[in-house]
Unconditional design. Structure first.
Length: 67
């Protein structure tokens, strides 16, 4: 199972979904699905933009955990 830590990263920086949308150019749907951890697939460009925004490696955003 892949866990997405977008909600935690946003909380640490007191960011809202609209802030992430504005800063990255990603759609509300993409950000919301990642925030709620309901996304079934993610575009690599979206992951790159989020890592750039939060100045973090991909491993800080996504984590594989045992089922």
């Amino acid at each position: 199972m892949i866990r997405c830590h977008l909600a935690r990263l946003m909380g640490e920086r007191k960011m809202r979904i609209s802030d992430v949308m504005r800063e990255t150019g990603l759609s509300r749907t993409t950000v919301t699905l990642l925030y709620k951890e309901t996304a079934l697939k993610v575009d690599l460009e979206a992951l790159d933009k989020l890592c750039e925004l939060f100045n973090c490696p991909l491993s800080d955003l996504l984590e594989q955990v045992p089922n």
